[in-house]
Design a protein around this ligand. Structure first.
Ligand code: PXL
Length: 278
């Protein structure tokens, strides 16, 4: 059987372990080929006080056209950090062209955290992100992104499971078959991941809260999910594996006192993902 390929529409950040720098190695460990479609090139991600950002929007159409000309096909398309509103249209065009039947689309609506949008995120981009949601089979928002996509006030970030269910149902109505709301603060000791699949009972994966929040956690989780699902695993098992893997990496970072914005030391545990490959 031919090796599977994922088109990863995301930024390339040199330092800080996020996006393609994390997702590429993770899916590679799962024996899937990572094909980078860059949205921006950064020296370090935007949680650093200083970074260089080169928006790649104007180069994307020609870059993507070469794949169209080659007649390249993908088994999955994942989208993450987008650098401009215009990019969303480019991404939608990409999905329309390359998403055939059986092609999995995972949209990680990378917009913000802790109730706040990232510095690079404009209201126009938020509106465009709502459009992109329609094209997702799997959506992996955190609580901030879930609220933003539905124009719900984040408030204190406290929502009951009934409220989460109703929000996920509303979002799933727009397209996605599966949604996992990641990193929901539960109590001082635990973090909840809320898993919603259409026509199924919602499920929860709890993980221990270890230290503060770490950048790049979402990218680790979404890439493990994409790899697991592509390798034939169910959505719940994929999310469970992703959360457990991220937790293990975070525990290592804490023990080694790695700064939070340096991302997850996923390199230490890549072997755990190799065992999951069919
Ligand atoms: O991990 C999300 C992410 C991805 N890419 C860039 C970011 C961030 C979060 O801050 O800045 C460039």
């Amino acid at each position: 059987m031919e090796q599977k390929k994922i088109a990863m529409i995301n930024d390339i950040s040199g330092f800080g372990r996020c996006s393609i720098a994390v997702m590429g190695p993770i899916v590679s460990a799962m024996k899937i080929q990572a094909v980078a479609v860059p949205t921006a090139i950064l020296s370090a991600h935007t949680q650093f006080p200083e970074y260089y950002l080169d928006d790649y929007t104007q180069h994307m159409p020609a870059y993507i056209q070469s794949y169209k000309d080659m007649g390249l096909t993908f088994d999955a398309i994942t989208t993450g950090f987008l650098g401009s509103a215009k990019q969303v249209d480019i991404v939608i065009d990409f999905i329309r062209h390359f998403k055939k039947e059986h092609v999995l689309t995972l949209v990680d609506p990378v917009m913000g955290d802790y109730g706040k949008l990232y510095r690079t995120y404009t209201p126009q981009m938020c509106e465009k992100m709502k459009e992109l949601v329609q094209y997702a089979d799997i959506l992996t928002p955190n609580l901030t992104e879930l609220c933003t996509l539905l124009d719900v006030d984040y408030g204190e970030g406290r929502f009951s499971t009934e409220e989460l269910e109703s929000m996920c149902k509303q979002l799933a109505g727009k397209g996605p078959e599966h949604i996992v709301v990641t990193g929901i603060p539960f109590n001082n000791k635990q973090i909840m991941n809320y898993i919603y699949s259409k026509n199924e009972e919602a499920r929860i994966v709890m993980v221990d809260r270890i230290g503060g929040d770490r950048s790049g956690t979402g990218d680790v989780i979404s890439s493990v999910i994409a790899g697991m699902v592509l390798n034939g695993h169910g959505f719940y098992d994929s999310v469970k594996k992703a959360c457990d893997f991220a937790s293990k990496c975070i525990a290592y970072c804490e023990a080694q006192k790695v700064p939070n914005h340096w991302g997850l030391c996923f390199e230490m545990y890549l072997r755990d993902l190799m065992e999951e490959t069919l």
